[in-house]
Design a protein. Structure first.
Length: 144
């Protein structure tokens, strides 16, 4: 693959995973702010803790392909690469291992706080917690 193709592909994946990170963190922030409608599930926990690893990897690839291996930015990035990657991998593994218990605890906490769950479309869809069941039928409120 030519160098410019690698640059374009790495920039594409960097932008893609940044957008995914923003969407996932939106769900997590709604949980912390205790909004009227909260969408939460196990994959959201995994993605919340795993996206930094993917974004860092895509960022490093973009720097390598765009500036080259001999650039000062890439050399300084690679100085701390093992340390950064080690902790990001630990964070990602923690997300995989802790996703089920965290999801279980969040479910109990939200139900104790008076939230109700909407009916799910499928068993894979995330659970939607609402303060009033009338929000379940309001598609505009769910898609905000």
């Amino acid at each position: 693959m030519p160098r410019w193709d690698k640059i374009i592909v790495s920039i594409f994946f960097l932008i893609l995973f940044i957008v995914i990170g923003i969407l996932v963190y939106g769900y997590t922030i709604s949980l912390f702010l205790m909004e009227d409608i909260i969408i939460f599930s196990e994959p959201i926990v995994m993605l919340t803790l795993g996206v930094p690893l993917v974004i860092y990897t895509c960022f490093a690839m973009t720097i390598e392909f765009f500036l080259g291996v001999k650039s000062i930015v890439f050399m300084s990035l690679m100085t701390f690469n093992k340390l950064i990657m080690r902790y990001l991998v630990y964070l990602g593994l923690a997300g995989v291992l802790l996703s089920f218990p965290i999801s279980f605890v969040v479910n109990i906490f939200l139900l104790d706080e008076g939230y109700k769950t909407c009916d799910k479309i499928s068993w894979l869809s995330p659970t939607t917690y609402v303060k009033e069941l009338s929000f379940c039928n309001n598609k505009k409120a769910l898609n905000k």
